[in-house]
Design a protein around this ligand. Structure first.
Ligand code: BES
Ligand code: MN
Ligand code: ZN
Length: 484
């Protein structure tokens, strides 16, 4: 999909498919016959967010097809605008038009300027245009739509052009993240993830490397290795270094949980829906997606992305409940449940992040089922030891419609991690499971400005829509853009 801007007014727009509000459609059609056709077609149209109507016009018209989007004639909220844009984008993905003109960003939105409206519009199209057909022997009809232009006037042209540039980068990052997330676990193992990540290294400002298990053992990453040791697929700590900023600018470090399949290990998970644990690398997929977006947008920042890639399997070499391991930080951990493996790989990756003297560190992980119980799928859980960082991520989430909700990281919860035999245990009991997992990570990030996003509920859909959502790539990308 190619995004662009197209200068002009609704009245002189030429397009295979024009996406606009009802009043916009009326403005676009100046010839009496076309107006008449529109009036008849929209007789029963409900002009509300969530409604959309496709109107096919006569051959001679400048506009061949109209997508009339409901609820966009008066000033609306950001949420209503997103709903309308999602509806329009879904309808657009189904048309046979190869190119379309989008005018919906001309709708008035409370606290949403034209740059926001254009960005939200294109993000909706990017999400709707995604298809994953790689492993189907009979592919669905590929998307016809190849080009989308934002209709802009002289005043909005610069804002639209900026939105176009960023949206193209974001789409590349979202697609990358979703493709990685959807890949089956017999293909997507740590070695494959490294191979896919190496593709980012084609950019001259990007270096991709990895620590193998031997190197991790030398460094003392006993916690990480306790997870990967049960698998036939060796674990990797994947490192992407993007130098878009000044030489001495401290980097933002992103860390992703990359459990390519989580069986639970010896603390084996129950069978139903275990297939969804292929999505346990969505933290990794999304930090890599955000990194791809930052590279494509040529953001003037330094960024280091660490992916803790391992498979959590039961075997004769797997960790037992009761095992005690020493982490890279030197702190010892009693592993009481091998299914609480995400924190075990992340704590070593977070400790490793220190060597980059980061400006901020953000980890993203499908860390706990408890997160889904607390927040469902609408919000990611956000934890941070720095208020400014937390607010920046919350704002980026609100702006991009990819919201987080801040959770407490109070010391009160730390006592749940007390062990009789080691410095800490890896589980904190039934209560506040997402919080105690975050508190575990907090023990490894002291002295760094750090945030943790538990995306267990938001990173993928189950049921009929099963698949990677790409979240929180939009928030992460927006956070990075705002750092520039
Ligand atoms: N990957 C899971 C968390 C998860 C569950 C993500 C469902 C997405 C959907 C994680 O490794 C895990 O198993 N967590 C345990 C922790 C518990 C043993 C303390 C959990 O949430 O049950
Ligand atoms: Mn687990
Ligand atoms: Zn897991």
């Amino acid at each position: 999909m190619k995004y662009s801007t197209q200068t002009g007014t609704l009245a002189d727009a030429k397009s295979q498919c024009l996406v606009t509000s009802l009043a916009g459609a009326q403005k676009a059609l100046t010839r009496a016959a076309a107006r008449d056709a529109l009036d008849r077609a929209t007789l029963d149209f409900k002009n509300e967010a969530g409604e959309v109507l496709s109107v096919v016009l006569g051959k001679g018209e400048d506009v061949q097809r109209l997508l009339v989007v409901g609820g966009c004639d008066d000033e609306i909220s950001q949420a209503q605008f997103r709903k309308a844009a999602d509806t329009a984008a879904a309808a657009l993905a189904k048309t046979q038009a190869a190119s379309a003109t989008w005018a919906l960003h001309q709708t008035s939105v409370t606290d949403g300027d034209v740059y926001w409206r254009a960005s939200a519009s294109l993000q909706a199209v990017s999400l709707a245009a995604y298809q994953y057909e790689k492993h189907k022997s009979k592919k669905a009809a590929p998307l016809k739509l190849a080009r989308l232009a934002l209709l802009a006037d002289g005043r909005s042209r610069a804002s639209c052009a900026r939105a176009v540039k960023e949206a193209a980068a974001l789409k590349a990052g979202l697609d990358f993240a979703r493709d990685l997330g959807n890949e089956p676990p017999n293909v997507c193992n740590p070695t494959w993830l490294l191979k896919e990540t190496r593709k980012l290294g084609r950019d001259s400002n990007v270096k991709v490397s990895a620590l193998d298990e031997k190197k991790m053992a030398e460094l003392g990453m006993g916690s990480f290795l306790s997870v990967s040791q049960g698998s036939e697929s060796p674990g990797k700590l994947i490192i992407v270094e993007y130098s878009g900023g000044k030489r001495n600018d401290a980097p933002v470090v992103l860390v992703g949980k990359g459990i390519t399949f989580d069986t639970g290990g010896i603390s084996l998970k129950p069978g139903p829906q275990m297939d969804e644990m292929k999505f346990d690398m969505c933290g990794a997929a999304t930090v890599l997606g955000a990194t791809k977006a930052a590279i494509e947008a040529k953001l003037p920042i330094n960024l280091v992305t660490l992916v803790a890639a391992a498979e959590n399997m039961p075997s004769g070499r797997a960790t037992r409940p009761g095992d005690i391991v020493t982490s890279l930080s030197g702190q010892t951990i009693e592993i009481l449940n091998t299914d609480a493996e995400g924190r075990l790989v992340l704590c070593d990756a977070l400790e490793y992040a220190r060597r980059y003297k980061p400006k901020t560190v953000i980890d993203v992980a499908t860390l706990t089922g408890a997160c889904i119980i607390a927040l469902g799928s609408h919000a990611s859980a956000l934890y941070a030891n720095d208020d400014e960082l937390a607010d920046a991520i919350l704002d980026a989430g609100t702006w991009s419609g990819d919201r987080s909700w801040r959770m407490p990281l109070w010391d009160d919860y730390q006592s749940q991690l007390k062990s009789n035999f080691a410095d800490m245990q890896n589980i904190g009991g039934r209560e506040a499971g997402s919080i105690t997992a975050a508190c575990f990570l907090a023990r490894f990030t002291k002295g760094m400005k750090w945030a943790h996003m538990d995306v267990a509920g938001s990173a993928f859909h189950g049921g009929a829509r099963k698949g990677a959502s790409g979240r929180p790539v939009p928030s992460l990308f927006r956070y990075l853009v705002n750092q520039c």
